[in-house]
Design a protein around this ligand. Structure first.
Ligand SMILES: [Zn+2]
Ligand SMILES: [Zn+2]
Length: 347
């Protein structure tokens, strides 16, 4: 099969012929129809998050089940499906409790195993991890839900516990941040979006942000001013020392910070103002994707028409351009929104 693969960290990812993955006994093979290009893939390719080499990137995909392992009972060949980027093992206490996103034995396509920049991708523990798609949800939109949209949804609902009328600050308006702006708005929150990029702030405003604030050292005080004393919930959707600190500093008393952006390398231990956390009784949450169990509520929100995730898709490219799209993430973005790779002709 064809796949985009890199042989070493930073080496140009190229379209090559590779053997198809084996179908796990408890898993399925999915024929990939669409797969998103995500900054997590870029981090792995750069070596910030060590992965086995050579590696096929890609972890936010949608497609059709091509093969079903003998231990799978719930899934059938031909079903239109997606899966979370964190796949649980299906055997541990966390998976049994519905918390596959923190399974100690988790696997992640594109990181621990070959990913979805390929014609076929394997999904382990399919009865736990595979999510059937509603018929009217196209593959490109479904692929854009799997990582960033789902992560934003869970950060706001499970961790942020956003209520109608709350102020929500979103630091960083890439894929996950823009998803958060859209979802928070749909939940009835008032959104302040923060970013260093003008096009990203314009798109945030289009998607429902009431206030936009340029990123930088003044971002937190400006959020506090705009929200009349601080946000109820604030997300760091970037994953950097500065944005993590700014997010915590944007909160009102009893506010909730949700760390969504990965904190890697020199950003791994941001100096959060813990004195303020104590004095204001702030909550600090980490959010790591979303388990398959929680997808139905998100898909219902999409089906209700309250959110329009296809509006987050900035460009659709072919598999032969996927490597270049990953490489392009080394430069500042010139456009806003997420890039999705489409395979085959069907939408
Ligand atoms: Zn992702
Ligand atoms: Zn598990």
């Amino acid at each position: 099969m064809q796949a985009v693969q890199y042989d070493a960290y930073g080496a140009t990812p190229t379209l090559v012929e590779v053997p198809a993955p084996e179908c796990p006994a408890d898993g399925v093979l999915v024929e990939v129809r669409a797969t998103g290009v995500c900054r997590s893939d870029w981090h792995a390719w750069q070596g910030h998050d060590p992965v086995p080499l050579p590696q096929v990137p890609g972890h936010e995909f949608a497609g059709v089940i091509a093969e079903v392992g003998p231990e799978v009972t719930e899934r059938r060949v031909g079903e239109r499906v997606t899966a979370p980027f964190v796949c649980g093992c299906g055997r541990c206490a966390y998976c049994a409790a519905g918390d596959a996103q923190v399974c100690p034995d988790q696997s992640q396509p594109g990181f621990t195993q070959p990913g979805s920049f390929a014609e076929l991708v394997a999904v382990p523990a399919a009865d736990l991890n595979v999510v059937p798609l509603p018929d009217d949800l196209d593959f490109v939109t479904a692929a854009s839900l799997g990582c960033r949209f789902a992560t934003a949804y869970r950060a706001l609902t499970a961790h942020g516990r956003v209520r109608r009328g709350d102020w929500v600050a979103v630091h960083g308006c890439g894929g996950v941040g823009l998803s958060a702006v859209m979802i928070a708005t749909a939940l009835g929150a008032r959104v302040v979006a923060v970013d260093v990029s003008e096009p990203a702030l314009r798109l945030a405003k289009d998607l429902g942000a009431e206030v936009v604030v340029p990123g930088g050292p003044d971002a937190a005080p400006r959020v506090v001013e705009a929200t009349g004393g601080g946000a109820h919930v604030s997300l760091d959707a970037v994953g950097s020392t500065d944005t993590a600190v700014a997010s915590v500093s944007s909160l009102r008393p009893r506010g909730r910070h949700v760390q969504v952006g990965l904190l890697l390398g020199r950003h791994a231990t941001p100096p959060l103002p813990m004195g303020v956390v104590v004095a204001k009784e702030l909550e600090i949450h980490g959010s790591h994707g979303m388990a398959a169990r929680d997808y139905p509520a998100m898909l219902d929100l999409v089906a209700s028409g309250a959110v329009h995730p296809h509006r987050l898709v900035g460009s659709v490219i072919g598999l032969d351009d996927a490597g270049a799209a990953l490489v392009a993430m080394s430069r500042p973005p010139t456009t806003a929104g997420v890039t999705v790779v489409r395979l085959g002709n069907e939408s």
